[in-house]
Design a protein around this ligand. Structure first.
Ligand code: ADP
Ligand code: MG
Length: 694
């Protein structure tokens, strides 16, 4: 334990370091800024900057950077040395308050979706003091938001911070109605569970698809997949354990609360779950986690794959975004509570989430949309593309009883009345057994399971925070003007259940009849990114985000376009990679094998024998090879005919409707050949070695 304590957060300018190193008054002001999400006074900033610099230099840092999250879901950093010249050819280490709180950056190569014209290529970055600065690779990293000079958000953090404000504003209104005037702020908390694959680096290096696309574009199924269920929670292999141990240490040093590690369902698949924290910090930490995972893997001769569907036929990887709301007084608003008063409050927040998800499932789907995640959502292993809520039988029965004004299943004798009766205790475990639902209540939080493994969690949480803020806004408007609070509360909850219960589904989301049932219920179904992303600019959604000052109309348009462009680019890279592998690796290998098979057949017949098996293999190989060649040509032709990129939706639709199906055909032909061609001549490592070699 001492070892862990010594390690934890040593590279973070955290609260205890601040307390040690800042003058009392500075510490107090900074803390208030952090707690209340205010702007930092420049004078205070320069004291903080100086202390930060001294600390960082003592810890071996030479540079600083404003660390931010542009719209391509990765993180960006540009390092500046601390040095500043003084007379006599000497230097001093310098880092001003200005440099801490605000940076300028020429970032014309980041996607902006038309928000930043090239003549105004600069944007500026601003410190998010609620997320601690940290040292990575001799560089002091300052977590920042990134905006254009016009104030438009060019990153993922700015809208996340705005959505936190929006949620807090509305939740505090509700709490006031319950007499909780001590709660002045509500923050969303998130614990993102991160799934990933590990493959051997030597094998990885031999596959262009893994190198360029992060996922396999070819590959026949091996004889064994995950059907035995022998990997999930299984013993962790020595090499993987060494990776996990080092990963934990690196994350702990950065103050990341890496807590749980285990094998996942698919062979070579694993998971890391951190302890939850406030959402903007959880988001920063998750970005760092992904980066550190990749880096540590390399040190162990491994490559960490974060693609949502790296291998066909086995599970893909996602992030389970565990989400709740906590008051600054430390109270979890999705905790059922111990008194009638708390029960009523819990039910109000619960129904606010139910209403939000039922009214904006399109936005939730859009928030997790990417080319990679499309391959995962809707496979029979991941949350489906239809958004519904799992509440568990007990909680559902309670809501049904409330709606019907009847007894709760004999467990609570008297008629349930909100604000008078306590919720019957339901065991936490009973709520967490449905793994097929995209959005599950798990005792004291909701778990949104559709987020892709490589994606930032920002988008999903921006949507969650904002849609729940909207429910709460409507609730507060209604309740604040009510003559009889308790009666109005009761009526509101019952009405909300009645209007939105269609979104609740406790059954098996993978069952084929669920999609029929969902259609009957009129639930939203958006199978692909191309269907989902245009939702960002639907009028009802623009109104929502503008009401809560999270996104402007132009910002939403830019997000939609950037998402669609990223989709088209990704599919294009994959298609080009397939062409390269087919032309330069698969076809030549197959032709060589056909040549040697033909020679064998010829030689045997020259020796006066008939080799029927050789002849039939040869015929089969020739047939498949011609089909492979034709499929390659078809894909090449289709790519050459793709529409111009001016209309991102048109192009993305073409990639989805024309290119993806052609890629699928090409893959089927190649995979069929892989099963017939001599293993020793196949030009790259196959699934069996990729998945079972570590
Ligand atoms: P599992 O889902 O594997 O059963 P848990 O339910 O214990 O595991 O926790 C999963 C994740 O949920 C963890 O990252 C945990 O920190 C997070 N979590 C727990 N409570 C909350 C909360 N109130 N808000 C947000 N996340 C939470
Ligand atoms: Mg979980």
């Amino acid at each position: 334990m001492e070892y862990l304590e010594g390690l934890f957060g040593i590279n973070v300018f955290n609260d205890s370091i601040m307390r040690q190193r800042l003058p009392r008054e500075t510490y107090r002001v900074l803390h208030r800024t952090m707690d209340e999400g205010r702007r930092l006074d420049p004078q205070v900033a320069s004291v903080v900057a100086n202390a930060m610099k001294d600390w960082a230099i003592e810890r071996g840092a030479t540079h600083y950077t404003h660390w931010f999250q542009p719209l391509n879901s990765i993180t960006a950093e540009k390092h500046d040395a601390f040095l500043s010249p003084v007379s006599g050819g000497k230097i001093i280490a310098e880092f001003s308050g200005q440099e801490l709180i605000r940076g300028e950056t020429d970032a014309s190569s980041f996607p902006s979706g038309g928000l930043r014209s090239t003549f105004e290529a600069r944007g500026y970055t601003a410190w998010d003091p609620t997320s601690y600065a940290f040292i990575k690779d001799r560089t002091l990293c300052i977590p920042t938001a990134y905006c254009s000079y016009g104030g438009e958000a060019l990153d993922k953090k700015t809208p996340l911070l705005r959505s936190m404000e929006a949620l807090s504003r509305q939740a505090v209104r509700i709490l006031k109605l319950f007499g909780r005037t001590d709660a002045t702020r509500v923050t969303p908390t998130v614990g993102p569970e991160q799934e990933y694959f590990l493959v051997d680096k030597e094998l990885f290096d031999q596959r262009s698809d893994l190198i360029f696309a992060g996922r396999t574009l070819f590959g026949a199924r091996p004889p064994k997949g995950q059907e035995l269920g022998d990997h999930f929670f299984g013993t962790i292999k020595t090499r993987v354990q060494a990776f996990m141990t080092e990963l934990n240490e690196e994350l702990w040093k950065l103050g990341i609360l890496a807590k749980t590690e285990h094998n996942e369902a698919a062979p070579a698949q694993h998971e890391m779950a951190p302890i939850y924290t406030i959402v903007n910090v959880a988001c920063d930490h998750n970005q760092l986690t992904m980066e550190i995972m990749k880096r540590v893997a390399r040190r162990h001769g491994l490559v960490c794959l974060l693609a949502e569907k790296p291998f066909a036929g086995i599970n893909g990887s996602g992030k389970h975004n565990n989400w709740s709301m906590t008051t600054n007084t430390g109270y979890n608003l999705l905790e059922p509570g111990d008194s009638p008063h708390e029960s009523a409050q819990f039910l109000l927040f619960l129904t606010a989430v139910i209403k939000a998800v039922d009214e904006y499932p399109d936005l939730l789907r859009a928030s997790v949309a990417s080319a990679g995640n499309d391959h995962r959502l809707g496979g029979f292993e991941a949350p489906p593309a239809i958004i519904s809520i799992f509440l568990g039988d007990e909680l559902t029965e309670i809501l049904e009883a409330l709606e019907a004004g009847s007894d709760y299943n004999g467990r609570e004798k008297a008629e349930m009345t909100i604000g008078v009766h306590m919720l019957p205790k339901f065991p936490k475990d009973a709520t967490d057994r449905n793994r097929t639902s995209p959005f599950a209540f798990t005792g004291n939080k909701f778990e949104f399971r559709s987020v892709g493994a490589s994606d930032s969690i920002a988008d999903a949480n921006v949507v969650l925070n904002t849609i729940v803020a909207e429910s709460l806004r409507q609730f507060a408007d209604e309740l604040e003007s009510a003559a009889d609070f308790r009666q109005a509360l009761h009526d509101l909850i019952v009405r909300t259940i009645r209007e939105h219960k269609r979104i609740i589904f406790n059954g098996n989301n993978y069952a084929p009849d669920w999609s029929e049932e969902a259609a009957r219920r009129g639930l939203c179904r958006l199978d692909t990114t191309v269907d989902a992303l245009p939702c960002y600019t639907a009028e009802k959604n623009i109104r929502l985000f503008e009401t809560h000052q999270v996104f402007s109309r132009t910002e939403l348009r830019s997000r939609r376009d950037i998402g669609l462009e990223a989709y088209s680019k990704m599919v294009n890279i994959e298609a080009e990679t397939m062409l390269m592998m087919s032309h330069r690796q698969i076809l030549p290998a197959v032709l060589r094998f056909i040549g040697s098979t033909a020679a064998t057949v010829r030689d045997t017949s020259g020796a006066g024998m008939t080799l029927a098996s050789g002849q039939s293999l040869l015929a089969e190989l020739c047939r498949l090879c011609d089909q492979l060649s034709a499929a390659t040509d078809a894909l090449e032709q289709a790519l050459s005919e793709k529409p111009a990129p001016q209309d991102p939706l048109l192009l993305a639709a073409y990639m989805k409707d024309t290119i993806l199906p052609d890629m699928q055909v090409l893959r089927e032909k190649a995979d069929a050949l892989e099963k017939r061609v001599d293993r020793s001549v196949w030009p790259f490592p196959t699934y069996d070695s990729l998945l079972f070699s570590i």
